[in-house]
Ligand binder design. Structure first.
Ligand code: F6R
Length: 614
């Protein structure tokens, strides 16, 4: 959350900063701002809301910065202080000569603020960041050395940060540092780029250096110096990034979310390539670095994740327990990290994350590693902080997901769990060859089945529009699709702001049924299998309370027509694979409701794609 960029070189800085921020807008869009070196002072431009507002503001001032070649920029996801211009970064010291941008949270900012106010600092914003600007400025006034001022300031700061700092005295200098927040430096010819993430620098250079925690980098137009927290100079590890610039295009779709939903059949094919060759051959998963004997004896797994990735993890638990007979605990990372967890070197800990940067999950896997567990990461970003911590790494290869609401990365995570569960079952010999054959052959057909659903999306759109004006929405399921109900509800909540909840259908009668009346839509994820009849009875109970019943089903049962006012049919599939199919109409329902209501589908309010604060 929040993205920072910086540039020092010979090109016009504002375009580079704006292009970089555009690539980082997935990290927040509450406000944006840039600071650029002018002849006599640093000029700052800020705007509330999306980056386009800053771009318009900058157009008005273009003569002021046209020769400027040094600057920093920020895109904000508000943590401390409302999302307005005053709280927008960059922030400055009293005199405006020292300017910073920050991603993270300064935990001791109140103490720092009190101390700095006594010294005469005048705070203008409600942000935690401003304390850091004043702090560095006070130290700089004594040292006149910007790097040293940043280094000494970081000794006093508690919390997480990626910082980029400039000073009007230093027309050829940019300083950056980080702790528990991502930051890298792009290396060009007589130019350097600073950014929270690769896409901001990749159009300009593929050569980059990732900063480690507490390292401080000083950039001039033709040199880069790296030091540690004690001021000792360090060797610089510049690597070539395995990235190509990607033009992020909607390819004719109205929103990235709709495009990403449509990409899912190919995403699945991509995940399967090289791993699932045929229904007769064993799964190949060289990414798992645990040796086969350890895997054979493994009897405990913990999976940690947040949000949509947590729902993928819940299905992961279901299939690993079913296929392999290994006991699996799952937990939201934010809960895991603040209790005494029973984790040891005999536990396999799996972290699941689209971004690979989610702060809670990152902390959780570091804790597990410290206790000696083997850490396996399933992520869409093989270059992320989590990937760098992994003992085993399964990249899900879904491609860049722009829409804040996760769709294709979820499906890719699910497929990775199926591959992992089958791989372990084959090693542990816990599934019959018939069951293995059937599941593998049917997995290969999933992309086609999803294509079938997508070709009928107009009927799903009609259904979505029929219920679009509801205030609440309930999703029910049992067994392996209970997490599908949770994920369906999450998708609807996050992009339409409708109060949606997923329940295990058997729990309805223990309380939630009290909410049912003729205004409440209840969607039953009624896939054929072990819990079909039970869920049908639960749906009858809801219907008896006059709820507006919708079925998502692969059953052709005629009697469903009496029970449900809408029936969304999906292709037939065995129960254990059904979450891969059932999720697609739910993504489409959420999408079409939000679109019908005129919501900002790709950038819903208050959210960010990468949650790098705890
Ligand atoms: C929902 C969504 C979030 C993320 C969550 C974890 O559509 O995108 O709930 O799933 O913030 O993010 P990652 O997977 O990047 O760790």
């Amino acid at each position: 959350m929040c993205g920072i960029v910086g540039y020092i070189g010979t090109r016009q800085v504002v375009d580079i900063l704006l292009n970089g921020l555009e690539q980082l807008e997935y990290r927040g869009y509450d406000s944006a701002g840039v600071a650029v070196m002018g002849e006599n002072k640093i000029n700052i431009y800020k705007a509330e809301g999306k980056l386009e507002n800053l771009s318009s503001e900058l157009l008005i001032h273009k003569d002021e910065y046209k020769n400027s070649t040094l600057g920093i920029g920020h895109i904000r996801w508000a943590t401390h202080g409302a999302p307005n211009v005053i709280n927008a970064h960059p922030h400055t010291c009293n005199c405006g000569r020292l300017v910073i941008v920050h991603n993270g949270i300064i935990e001791n900012y109140k103490e720092l603020k009190a101390e700095l106010e006594k010294k005469g600092a005048k705070f203008r914003s409600q942000t935690d960041t401003e304390a850091v600007a004043h702090l560095i400025a006070y130290i700089y006034n004594d040292t006149k050395d910007l790097t040293e001022a940043v280094r000494l300031a970081t000794k006093k700061i508690e919390g997480a940060y990626a910082l980029c700092v400039m000073h009007s005295d230093k027309k050829d200098e940019l300083v950056a540092t980080k702790r528990n927040a991502p930051l890298l430096v792009g290396v060009g010819d007589d130019e350097y780029f600073v950014a929270s993430d690769v896409p901001a620098i990749i159009p300009y250079t593929k050569r980059a250096m990732y900063l480690n925690d507490n390292q401080i980098v000083t950039l001039t137009r033709n040199d880069m110096t790296l030091i540690d927290a004690e001021g000792k100079e360090l060797p610089k590890k510049v690597e070539t990034l395995p990235w190509e610039p990607v033009a992020l295009s909607k390819m004719g779709y109205k929103h990235f979310m709709l495009k990403e939903i449509h990409e899912q059949p190919d995403v699945i094919r991509n995940v399967l390539v090289g791993k699932l060759h045929s229904a007769q051959t064993p799964i190949k998963l060289d990414e798992v670095k645990l040796n086969k004997d350890t895997l054979k004896n493994l009897n405990r797994i913990q999976i940690i994740a947040c949000g949509t990735s947590l729902h993928a993890a819940m299905i992961g638990k279901y299939i690993i327990e079913d296929f392999c007979g290994i006991s699996v605990d799952i937990e939201a990372s934010s809960e895991y990290i603040y209790r005494k967890t029973v984790t040891d070197e005999h536990t396999l800990v799996i972290g699941v994350s689209q971004s690979g940067e989610t702060a809670d999950t990152l902390t959780a896997i570091k804790q597990a590693k410290a206790k000696g567990s083997h850490v396996l990461i399933i992520t869409n970003r093989p270059d992320s902080a989590m990937a760098r911590e992994a003992d085993s790494l399964i990249p899900v290869n879904a491609g860049i997901e722009v829409s804040v609401a996760a769709t294709k990365s979820y499906i890719a995570q699910l497929v990775s769990f199926y591959l992992l569960a089958i791989y372990m079952a084959e090693i542990k010999n816990t599934m019959s060859s018939k069951a293995l054959y059937e599941i593998k052959s049917e997995m290969m057909l999933v992309p086609q089945k999803i294509e079938q659903i997508l070709s009928h999306k107009e009927t799903i759109k009609q259904c979505a529009q029929h219920y679009a004006n509801t205030k609440d929405f309930i999703y029910v399921a049992r067994g392996i699709n209970y997490p599908t109900a949770l994920e369906g509800a999450l998708k609807l909540k996050e992009i339409s702001y409708i109060n949606a909840t997923g329940y295990p259908a058997g729990e309805l009668k223990h309380g939630p049924i009290a909410m049912l009346d003729e205004s409440m839509p209840v969607l039953s994820i009624l896939m054929k299998g072990s819990v079909y009849e039970k869920l049908l009875s639960n749906s009858e109970e809801a219907k008896a309370r006059n709820a507006r019943m919708i079925a998502l089903t692969n059953s052709k049962d005629e009697k469903l027509k009496d029970l449900f006012e809408y029936i969304i049919e999906v292709p037939d599939i065995q129960e254990l694979l059904s979450p891969l199919i059932a999720m697609i109409p739910l993504q489409l329902i959420a999408y079409y409701i939000a679109e019908y209501l005129g919501k900002d589908v790709d950038q819903p309010r208050n959210l960010a794609k990468s949650v790098t604060v705890e």
